[in-house]
Design a protein around this ligand. Sequence first.
Ligand SMILES: *[C@@H]1O[C@H](CO)[C@@H](O)[C@H](O)[C@H]1NC(C)=O
Length: 349
Amino acid sequence: MGIGSFAHLEHSKCLTTPTELFDIAIVGVPFDTAVSYRPGARFGPRAIRQASSRQTSFRGFNPRANINPYQNWAKIIDCGDIPVIPVDNAVALRQMTEAFTELGSRAPLSPLLQKPRLITLGGDHSLALPALRALKTIYGKPLRVLHFDAHLDTWHPAKYPNSWPSDQAHFNHGSMFWLAGNEGLLVNDTSRPSVHAGLRTRLSGTSWGDFDDDTAQNWLRVVADDIDDLGTAGVVKTILDAIPADDPVYLSVDIDVLDPAFAPGTGTPEPGGWTTRELIRILRGIEGLNVVGADVVEVSPAYQGRGEETALAAAQVVYEILSSVVKRGMLEMGKEGGAELGQEVKDEL
Ligand SMILES: *[C@@H]1O[C@H](CO)[C@@H](O)[C@H](O)[C@H]1NC(C)=O
């Protein structure tokens, strides 16, 4: 079985090896002290790596994407975990921000990329805040987010039950996009919204106020039930109509977007979600997007079944994201086969 790196990729302790260069890095963040319900996502990176052990570069061709992301132009490595302290979230937030910024600022190996791409294994969802802070520093401009989740995560921190206002309480896994918006990390232009997909959360109080707050923060919503009316193709079209393929986007996948039947191993499960196959299909449909960073978060393996279904789904999502990033790179490179693939991507769009 070998050492437990993601998909048996070459492993480097990148943070203590500044000379290590890559195009795409898998980075674990074993952090879960900003959660509101069940803890345990600190063990997510290890579980996802273990569940990826049947992924190899040898048998890595993705028939849905017509590409083997592990045998192509990109050097993909597993950078190990960012060290995060579990008893002081202010320090943990700094640790994550500095690590994402340093790794994401390195020179990529391929001349194709302006900057390398980080794909983060969570960890709880609050890590999207330091990831977005780093991307703002690296690219010097705000980004949009494509967010797969049962929940909004744009909640004002004071909307939590039993909340006492404090800086630390504000940094939690349901408010990080509210914080990111307030910090100017997200595009704030109604013609260029960020997008949620897979929502089915209950809302505060007696009406739609949470949705109104979300709209005011420049988010567009695809709810879980939309898939019954639109199908996966319609969900894809809604996303692509909102986010053009050239706009840089941060792709954030909370595994609780899946129904608890498919992903019970998570901190805040919500019945009535998408199947793993539907999510894969949607991810394939959006493969042309310009993903500059991504995370797969909220895998809390203590609550998953013995068959590791939740971590397996997360490892598959990582594989699909890798396939898309590598495929888009091929297209841009005009490499052999890239032109045809490019046409295919355009036809699909
Ligand atoms: C975003 O734009 C809206 C409308 O112009 C404005 O009311 C709001 O304050 C802006 N938010 C931020 C964080 O700049």
